[in-house]
Design a protein around this ligand. Structure first.
Ligand SMILES: Cc1cc2nc3c(=O)[nH]c(=O)nc-3n(C[C@H](O)[C@H](O)[C@H](O)COP(=O)(O)OP(=O)(O)OC[C@H]3O[C@@H](n4cnc5c(N)ncnc54)[C@H](O)[C@@H]3O)c2cc1C
Length: 120
C-alpha cells in the first residue's frame, strides 16, 4: 500500500492510504522502517483530552505543562520525532517544572536559558 500525508478535519497531518495501490510480495522477514506520526491520540492523550499542536504533538506551555494542569510532557511527545539528547534534556527540565508546580520551589538543576526549545 502506498501512503501519503493528507490532512484531517482539523488540519493536522495524517497518513492516508492511496487507493488501489496494494501490492503483494512474498517474504520470510519484513522489517518496518517508517517515520513517526506523533503521539497516539486515542491513548492517554485522548483520555486526558490534552491539546495537540498543528503537528499532532502534545502542546505545552513554557513550563512543559500540558493543557491539563498538573500534567507535563517532554521529549518526542512534546517536540515530535527528535534526538535522545533532547528527550533527556527536556525530561530533566520537565521534572524541575513539576517539582516547582507541586512544592512551590525547586532545587533541581536547569540549563538556565529559561526558553522552551522550539518543537521541530
Ligand atoms: C529506530 C530509531 C532510531 C533512532 N536513532 C536515534 C539516534 O541514533 N540518535 C538519537 O539521538 N535519537 C535516535 N532516535 C530517537 C530517540 O530514540 C528518541 O528521540 C527518544 O527515544 C525520545 O525519548 P522519549 O523519552 O521522548 O520517548 P520514548 O523513548 O519513546 O519513551 C516513551 C516511553 O513511554 C512509554 N509509554 C508510552 N505510553 C505510555 C503509557 N500510557 N503509560 C506508561 N508508559 C508509556 C513507552 O513505552 C516508552 O518507554 C531513534 C529512534 C528510533 C525509533
Amino acid at each position: 500500500v502506498n501512503a501519503r500525508f493528507g490532512k484531517d478535519d482539523e488540519g493536522r497531518s495524517r497518513l492516508e492510504r492511496e487507493q488501489d495501490s496494494d501490492k503483494v510480495w512474498t517474504a520470510d522477514l519484513v522489517l518496518l522502517a517508517i517515520g513517526y506520526t506523533g503521539p497516539e491520540p486515542d491513548g492517554i492523550v485522548g483520555r486526558l483530552r490534552l491539546d495537540l499542536d498543528e503537528r499532532g504533538n502534545v502542546r505545552c506551555d513554557a513550563e512543559y505543562m500540558t493543557s491539563r494542569p498538573g500534567v507535563f510532557s517532554a521529549g518526542d511527545m512534546r517536540r515530535g520525532q527528535s534526538l535522545v539528547v533532547w528527550a533527556i534534556s527536556e525530561g530533566r527540565e520537565a521534572a524541575r517544572a513539576a517539582d516547582r508546580y507541586l512544592t512551590g520551589y525547586t532545587s533541581l538543576p536547569t540549563k538556565g536559558t529559561g526558553d522552551l526549545p522550539r518543537a521541530r
